[in-house]
Write a protein that binds this ligand. Sequence first.
Ligand code: GDP
Ligand code: IMO
Ligand code: MG
Length: 454
Amino acid sequence: MTVTIVGAQLGDEGKGGIVDLYGEPADIVARYQGGDNAGHTVVHDDVEYKLSLVPSGVVRGKTGVLGNGCVVNPRTLFEEIDALQERGLDPDVRVARRAHIIFPYHRRLDGIEEEAKSEDDQEVGTTGRGIGPTYEDKAGRRGVRAGDLANPDILKERLEYAVPQKRALAEDVFGVEAGEAFDIEALYEEYREYGNRLEREGMLVNAGDFIASALDDGKKVVFEGAQGTIIDIDHGNYPYVTSSNPTAGGAATGTGISPGVVGGGEVIGIVKAYLSRVGSGPMPTELAGVEGDTPGYEGEAGEQEEELAEFIREEGGEYGTVTGRPRRVGYLDMPILRHATRASGFTGLAVNHVDTLAGLEELKICHSYTLDGDELQTVPATTEQWANCEPNYRRFDGWENIDWEAAASEGYDALPENARIYLDYVSDELDTPVYAVGVGPSREETIVVEHPFE
Ligand code: GDP
Ligand code: IMO
Ligand code: MG
């Protein structure tokens, strides 16, 4: 049986923690898209693990698979594996032979294009990991796949074809110096070594066959989504998106397991009890703003709104893990969640950060939007329309801080009544049961209503 974990909003909903919780009885945790643009947090025995590429399950000794839908930077992969080994773990990670490889020139081009776009305030605010350029080469049929790293002749041939084009793009189109990231010989030597290590350590697999045979043997598989629905390349707010499909369909195409199997299992939508966003693009329920990220924002929000945004940021730790920059935050948005529920077919919800909101007198949830005099229940298809949506709010009474860990062991009814009213509204609107409620970062601070594997 499979359980698929999908970000219902804009990423950073707390997927890693839920993969850790629900992955306990699983044998395999497979990622199906994205690369080291992800940052998934797992807290185990008071130790925090921040994983960008290695699937979250490996912290608990599960086999981790990077499916064909992923883009893999071998430098990051081995750095992360080596760092986990230094911390006393023995990570078992397999990489799909069909997964595409991120090269230094992809990262460089990611930065070059963002820089060029920034001249007209059009930058996406990418993570700079080369994700978009690598998926471009995949679609353009000039990519290098993990399986190619183990075949020196093919690796050489592919680099000799692709790299001169990339160099010309950097130099002749963008007018920048290409540099060593475009040196075919150096790339070949370094990446051949990665190919050797992948082979030597038995890491390369045909992911579809590998996972299917585990399922045939009655094993349990978690598909771990990265990013979230509103930054999905198809269903998100294009062009302020990542270049893959975090929605549930991606779990099938990104692993080689049929949509029937994915849909026949459980699909859990991970929801943050408010919203956070990294990077640019619209956000109708945003509180105050972050200069440089919020389009057109120049610090003009009212004091009350700034205070609330500050409160949520402080309580929820909404600061970039690498840069320390404040994340954009906002009220929960039901049109986003209706859109996500339709696109992925959630069978259950995990709502995180309910503790973060404790102590506020009142809260609001955006029930619908008004656009050009019409009421909308879901997200419009163009980003420009979305930016013009006015939220229609419902008001909710706030709840107090309690002993969250005690509540987690007692169950859903131990939550403050107003928190239950808030959660019940979300569940009713989406016609989807709440399976879990996050009341703190660790597994022990999660209320489990349903366990999808039980
Ligand atoms: P992911 O990318 O979806 O896996 O989420 P991240 O790990 O990027 O961000 C979630 C952050 O919130 C991490 O620091 C988690 O430890 C933390 N977190 C997750 N769930 C909860 C929760 O219910 N309450 C609180 N206070 N923190 C949480
Ligand atoms: P997890 O898995 C939040 C955002 C970037 C940018 C856009 C495109 O931790 O939830 P990219 O580098 O992917 O081309 O950037 O997507 N983004 C994320 N935001 N959480 C993530 O991952 C993200 N991965 C990418 O900020 O706006
Ligand atoms: Mg994250």
